[in-house]
Write a protein that binds this ligand. Structure first.
Ligand SMILES: [Fe+2]
Length: 383
């Protein structure tokens, strides 16, 4: 058995951890990147209180699922400021955009065409251009604060760029659950389901190691308990804290393994129908789990035992119950008209590189089976 684990991000986790940001910025000038929502909720005021004149500028117009046009605007807006470090405070979209901006500063221009070229080449970092990123997530789900990945969309072509480049690792991740306390229910559930999905996808991954399985297992021990509690009571702060820990741990696990076929299936649904990422990447999880269970090399039996389940069957029941409690099909139905609409995207969903991440090889037919099995009692039944 041979494996390596390397993640260079310095992580600090805890309620009020956010207040330590000044130490991590140090003597540097910071460009703050966020969303209008964060500014409207008064977040910028408290950041200004903490960082004072260390803030060189603020760009707060990052939109969900940023595309190449948004990146061109972000680059243009940022170039007017003199800064040494980027402070990205927001959800996965903000952190992903900041990571690409940090990698590209000084190495690419400001047009969608040059950004497409930069992304097509894997966002290779120009050594003179890189700006470090301090990532502060305000959602519990993507784990982007500790991964070398970024997703940027090309809306005009209904596609996305999935960048995987060690140059995208943030310098520091400040993970403060308190920043999620006011997150609305839909956002809490969709991002939380992303954390669940990423932990499972790391466990049934070809690149899984004892380290990543241990981390992903701990992530699931938090999320499978916390998410139903939050569905019941969105103000449950202990559950919020645990879901944030689950998100961080799932991010650490996939930073080594990447994700798998459930994520591959999700992207066309987000590109074509705007389906929130966490819904798109979780509705197939039970079908994929049941399939992989037939080839259990011991990892699922161990997972079930670690989670206090009587066996792997109970794991499946627990996952199905979670998706039911999150009303996943009712939510998906608000975006997607029918099962046929989902199946029609099958060709785009099958990406061999992601499919090959599964613990045993899966082909196009198996992906079709996952979809049909996931949909049979799903979207159409609710119409
Ligand atoms: Fe994800």
């Amino acid at each position: 058995m041979e494996w390596t684990y390397h993640n260079p991000v310095k992580v600090t986790f805890g309620v009020e951890a956010y207040r330590s940001i000044s130490c991590y910025v140090g003597d540097r000038k910071a460009l703050v990147i966020s969303t209008t929502g964060f500014v409207n909720r008064g977040g910028l005021d408290s950041l200004k209180e903490i960082l004072g004149d260390k803030i060189a500028g603020v760009v707060s117009n990052v939109r969900p699922n940023p595309d190449v046009e948004d990146m061109a605007q972000l680059c243009a807006d940022s170039h007017q400021y003199n800064f040494d470090v980027i402070v990205a405070i927001g959800g996965g979209s903000v952190i992903d955009a900041a990571k690409i901006l940090g990698a590209g500063m000084g190495s690419w221009g400001e047009t969608p065409a040059t950004i497409r070229d930069f992304l097509s080449n894997g966002a290779k970092v120009n050594s003179g251009g890189i700006k470090p990123v301090i990532a502060i997530p305000t959602t519990a789900g993507t784990g982007s604060e500790v991964t070398p990945f970024a997703t940027i969309w090309d809306n005009s072509l209904h596609k996305k760029f999935s960048i995987d480049n060690p140059g995208l690792y943030p310098e520091v991740a400040i993970v403060d659950p308190k920043l999620t306390y006011s997150l609305p229910e839909l956002h809490t559930i969709t991002t939380g389901l992303d954390a669940v999905s990423q932990a499972f996808e790391s466990i049934w991954n070809r690149k899984a190691s004892p380290a990543t399985i241990a981390i992903a297992t701990q992530s699931l021990s938090y999320s499978l308990k916390a998410l139903p509690l939050l569905v019941w009571d969105i103000r449950d702060e202990k559950a919020r804290n645990e879901l944030m820990a689950a998100s961080l741990l799932a991010g650490l696990a996939i930073s080594q393994t990447r994700t798998g076929i459930a994520h591959s299936i999700s992207y066309p649904l987000t590109a074509h129908y705007g389906l929130p990422h966490g819904l798109a990447c979780s509705f197939t999880l039970p079908a994929i789990l049941e399939f992989n269970l037939q080839h259990d090399d011991g990892r699922f039996a161990q997972l079930a035992s670690s989670l206090g389940k009587s066996g792997t069957e109970e794991l499946v029941v627990c996952l199905k119950r979670l998706l039911g409690e999150c009303k996943i099909y009712m939510r998906i139905r608000e975006y997607i008209p029918s099962s046929i609409a989902v199946i029609s995207l099958l060709k785009e969903m099958f990406v061999p590189e992601r499919a090959n991440n599964n613990m045993i090889p899966i082909d196009y037919k198996i992906v079709q089976f996952f979809l049909e099995k996931s949909l049979e009692s799903g979207i159409d039944a609710l119409h």
